[in-house]
Design a binder for this molecule. Structure first.
Ligand SMILES: [Cu+2]
Length: 748
C-alpha cells in the first residue's frame, strides 16, 4: 500500500467526511440526520421518544440482504493502514427493556451467525452475534427488579443460511468465523515478530489435502493448531452481576447449539454499566473476538434524579481492537477480505500455545472500524467499555479540526500526558480536558471527577461512565484517541491512535443539563483504620469489620520455573510453619510493618486444581494481588463489587521485582515492604476489575453477600485467562459451610 503524506492524509479524511454526509453507508446516518432535523423543528422530546419507540439502526444486514451489496475487496485509496477512517456512522446497539416484560417471562437472547460489515469499504462477512447484532442488544433493567434471561446457543453451520426458532440439537455447531494464525518467531527477535503480527492483514496457510502444504503466499501464516476445529459451545457471563454461581457463566458449563441456559439476575445493585460476554472454558478469547458481547445497564432512582443526558445523548461505546484478513499477496499488499484475522506473535519455535496475547491495528467501536458520530453541541453521557482481548487503552479527546499530522507521530503516554518521539510535532493544545468521569464498573462515583490529564484508562473488561460537554467544542471535529504508546498516521506495524471521531454540530443548543455536584449518596469510601481493619461506614466502631478473610494471589513473571507465560498462583500463608517445613521453592517472603515477615507458598496454579478459597456468604474478604513482574494484568473477581483500599509499589521500571528468582520462583530474603501509592478517586470507585501493574501489591475489599455457588476470578486479558490465569472460589451459606469438610483451609 502507499502511505499518505501529511497533507494527503488531511485531504483524504476531508473527502471521506464529505462523501459520508451525502452517502452514508447502510442508511445509519439517515436516521440520525432525520432525528437532528426533527429536533430543530420540534424540540428534543421528539428525539428521545422516537429513539425510545424505534431504537436506532444497528447497521447489521441479514443474509438475505447480502445479494449485490458485497464488493470483492477494498478499492485501495491511499489511507492510514490501508483503510479509510470515519467511513461508517457509529451504530447504536438495539435495546431490550427487560423490565417491560411481565414478571416471570424470560427475555430470550440467541447466539447466532449473522452477516456484518466491519467497515464501509469491506464486504459483509459472518460473525458470531447475540440476536444478529454486533454488539449484542443492550439489555436495560431496573435495580431490584428480577429478570430472567434464556441464553440460547443457535450458532450452527445451518444458521449461516437460515434463521428461525427450530430445534438445533442435531445441527453441526459453527466453526469460528475467522482464522487464527501464529507469526513464527522472527530471527531478529521478538520485537520484529510483534511488529509483523501488528501489521494489517495476513491469512492462514491453506492445507490442500493430505496434510501437504503447497507453496504459500508470502502473507500466509500457519494456523494455530486445532483452531479450525473449534466448534461453538457457549457459556454466558454477565460481568459485574451479583447472582448465584449457576447464573454466572461458569466456564465449564458450556452448551452446544440447541441448548438454553435460563439465568436469574436479581439486579440488587445500584445503577451501573455491565456487559455480557461468552466465558467458555479455554476458548473465551476466540468467542469474544468473534463478536459475543453486549451491554447490560442497571437503572435506578438515584440515576433518574441526576437527570443525566439520555436518549440520543446517552451513548454506549464498545471498543475493541481487531486485525483483518487479506487476500494472498505480500505482507505489505493489504487487500482485506472483510473477515477478521486472529493474528498472534509466536514466542517459542514450536506450536505449543506460546503466543503473545492478540492485538490488532484497527480500533472498532460498536463493531465498526474507526466510525464517526455527529453530535449536538450539548452534554452527552458516554459509557465506555474496553472489550478488547488484551489492549489497555488510555482514552483522550483531541480537537482535530484542520489538523495535519506528520507520518509516525508518536503518542506515548506518560504521567504528564506528553508525547514521546517528537514533542513539537503535535500541538498539546489540541487535547481536550472535556472527559468528566461520573461512574466506574459498579456504580456512580460520589462526585464528578475531571479525568486526570484528560485521560481515562481502561484495561480489558473495565468500564467507565463519562460526561462530555460538546458545547465547548461546538462546530469542531474531535477524535477519541488511545494514547497508550500509539501513533498518529502510523507506519505499518505500529498501532494507530484513532478510536473514533465526533463531529460537533455548529448550532447553539439550549441544554437544560447542569453537572451535579454530588452523584451518589450511597457511596462511602472504605478505609483501613490504625489497626489495619477496614471501616466501611462513617461510624468507626459500628462500621468496623472485625473478621476479614485474606486471599493472597501471586502474579508471576513470564519465564518463572520454565513457563513462558505469566502465571497466577494462589499463595498460602505458611508463616506459622517451621522453616524446614516451608521449603525453598515457590516461596514469597514479604516484610511486614513490625513483626515477622509474611511467608507465602505457591498453592494451586491451574483452574482445575483443588478449590482453596472457600468463603461463607456474608464474609468480608481482602484480596491481595502481588505482581512480581511482567505485563500489567487486568484482574477481575466475579460475584460482588469491591473497593481498592490499599495500593503499594516497589516502583520497578521494568523486569522483575528485585529479589525474586524466576528459577526457584522464590525470594531468598523477605522483599522490602513496598511504598504506598495514592489511590485516585476513579480507581477508588466501586469496581470488580483493576489494572494491576508490575511491582505492585494491590488490596481490594469485597463483601461476599447476596449470592452463593462456584465463581471465578481471573486476568481479563482473554489469552491469559484461557492460558491458566483463572481460578475458582466458592461461597456457601455459613450454616452449610459449618458442615463442609473442605472448610477451614489455611487462607483464614
Ligand atoms: Cu494477564
Amino acid at each position: 500500500m502507499s502511505t499518505a503524506t501529511p497533507s494527503g492524509r488531511s485531504a483524504s479524511s476531508t473527502d471521506a467526511q464529505n462523501d459520508i454526509h451525502q452517502d452514508p453507508p447502510e442508511g445509519a446516518g439517515n436516521r440520525e440526520e432525520q432525528l437532528l432535523r426533527n429536533d430543530a423543528e420540534t424540540g428534543s422530546a421528539v428525539v428521545q421518544s422516537e429513539i425510545t419507540l424505534v431504537g436506532a439502526p444497528d447497521g447489521i444486514v441479514h443474509p438475505d440482504e447480502e445479494e449485490g451489496l458485497s464488493r470483492s475487496h477494498f478499492p485501495g485509496e491511499a489511507s492510514t493502514l490501508g483503510l479509510r477512517k470515519f467511513r461508517d456512522h457509529l451504530p447504536m446497539p438495539s435495546v431490550i427493556r427487560a423490565w417491560e416484560r411481565p414478571r416471570g417471562i424470560p427475555v430470550s437472547v440467541s447466539a447466532e451467525i449473522a452477516k456484518v460489515r466491519h467497515h464501509a469499504d469491506l464486504p459483509l462477512v459472518d460473525a458470531w452475534t447475540y440476536e444478529g447484532k454486533m454488539p449484542g442488544p443492550t439489555i436495560e433493567v431496573q435495580s431490584h427488579r428480577l429478570v430472567l434471561i434464556d441464553w440460547r446457543n443457535a450458532l450452527t453451520e445451518d444458521g449461516r443460511h437460515s434463521h428461525g426458532h427450530q430445534d438445533h440439537l442435531e445441527d453441526e455447531p459453527a466453526g469460528l468465523p475467522y482464522d487464527v494464525v501464529r507469526v513464527p518467531p522472527h530471527p531478529s527477535g521478538i520485537g520484529e515478530t510483534i511488529r509483523i503480527a501488528g501489521q494489517p492483514g495476513g491469512m492462514a496457510q491453506e492445507d490442500h489435502g493430505h496434510g501437504h502444504l503447497h507453496p504459500q503466499p508470502e502473507n500466509a501464516y500457519p494456523r494455530l493448531a486445532g483452531t479450525d476445529g473449534i466448534r461453538a459451545a457457549t457459556s454466558v457471563h454477565l460481568h459485574g452481576a451479583l447472582t448465584d454461581g449457576h447464573n454466572d457463566g461458569w466456564a465449564h458449563n458450556v452448551m452446544l447449539p440447541g441448548h438454553t441456559a435460563r439465568c436469574t439476575y436479581p439486579n440488587r445493585q445500584e445503577a451501573c454499566t455491565m456487559w455480557y460476554h461468552d466465558h467458555a472454558m479455554a476458548v473465551t478469547r476466540f468467542s469474544v473476538y468473534a463478536g459475543l458481547a453486549g451491554f447490560y445497564l442497571i437503572r435506578d432512582a438515584n440515576e433518574e434524579r441526576l437527570r443525566l443526558p439520555a436518549g440520543a445523548f446517552e451513548l454506549q461505546l464498545m471498543v475493541a481492537d481487531r486485525n483483518l484478513e487479506s487476500e494472498p499477496g505480500s505482507p505489505e499488499d493489504f487487500r482485506p477480505t472483510g473477515r477478521f484475522l486472529y493474528k498472534q506473535a509466536g514466542i517459542g519455535a514450536d506450536d505449543t500455545a506460546t503466543e503473545i496475547p492478540v492485538t490488532g491495528p484497527f480500533n472498532s467501536v460498536n463493531g465498526k472500524i474507526w466510525p464517526t458520530h455527529r453530535v449536538e453541541a450539548r452534554w452527552h453521557r458516554i459509557r465506555l467499555l474496553n472489550a478488547s482481548n488484551s489492549r489497555i487503552y488510555r482514552f483522550a479527546l483531541y480537537d482535530t479540526t484542520d489538523e495535519a499530522v506528520p507520518l509516525d507521530t508518536n503518542l506515548a503516554s506518560n504521567p504528564a500526558g506528553g508525547f514521546g518521539a517528537d514533542p513539537t510535532a503535535f500541538g498539546m493544545d489540541r487535547k481536550s480536558q472535556a472527559l468528566v468521569v461520573i461512574g466506574t464498573e459498579g456504580g456512580f462515583l460520589p462526585e464528578p471527577v475531571i479525568a486526570p490529564n484528560g485521560v481515562v484508562e481502561l484495561g480489558p473488561g473495565e468500564r467507565t461512565d463519562v460526561l462530555v460537554d460538546f458545547a465547548a467544542l461546538r462546530g469542531r471535529t474531535v477524535e477519541l484517541r488511545n494514547e497508550n504508546a500509539t501513533n498518529l498516521n502510523p507506519r505499518l506495524g505500529q498501532p494507530d491512535a484513532t478510536v473514533m471521531q465526533f463531529t460537533v454540530d455548529k448550532r447553539q443548543r439550549k441544554d437544560p443539563f447542569k453537572l451535579p455536584k454530588k452523584l451518589n449518596p450511597a457511596y462511602y469510601r472504605w478505609r483501613l483504620d490504625s489497626d489495619g481493619a477496614p471501616v466501611v461506614g462513617p461510624d468507626p466502631v459500628k462500621d468496623k469489620i472485625e473478621d476479614v478473610k485474606h486471599v493472597w494471589i501471586g502474579v508471576i513473571p513470564p519465564g518463572t520455573r520454565g513457563n513462558v507465560h505469566p502465571q497466577m498462583w494462589e499463595l498460602e500463608d505458611v508463616s506459622h510453619l517451621a522453616p524446614e517445613e516451608i521449603g525453598d521453592t515457590e516461596v514469597i517472603r514479604l516484610s511486614r510493618e513490625g513483626g515477622d515477615p509474611l511467608i507465602l507458598r505457591a498453592g494451586p496454579k491451574l483452574f482445575d486444581d483443588a478449590v482453596r478459597i472457600l468463603l461463607a456468604e456474608k464474609d468480608w474478604a481482602m484480596w491481595h494481588v502481588v505482581h512480581l513482574g511482567g505485563p500489567a494484568h487486568p484482574i477481575h473477581i466475579h460475584m460482588t463489587t469491591f473497593q481498592m483500599i490499599e495500593r503499594r509499589s516497589w516502583g520497578i521500571a521494568g523486569g522483575n521485582v528485585p529479589g525474586f528468582d524466576p528459577v526457584t520462583g522464590s525470594t531468598a530474603q523477605p522483599l522490602p515492604l513496598p511504598g504506598l501509592v495514592p489511590i485516585d478517586a476513579i480507581t477508588g470507585g466501586t469496581k470488580e476489575t483493576w489494572v494491576v501493574r508490575p511491582g505492585e501489591i494491590v488490596t481490594v475489599l469485597g463483601h461476599f453477600a447476596g449470592a452463593n455457588g462456584s465463581f471465578m476470578y481471573h486476568c481479563h486479558i482473554l489469552d491469559h485467562e484461557d492460558h491458566t490465569m483463572m481460578r475458582p472460589f466458592v461461597v456457601l451459606p455459613a450454616s452449610i459451610m459449618a458442615f463442609h469438610g473442605g472448610h477451614g483451609g489455611d487462607h483464614h
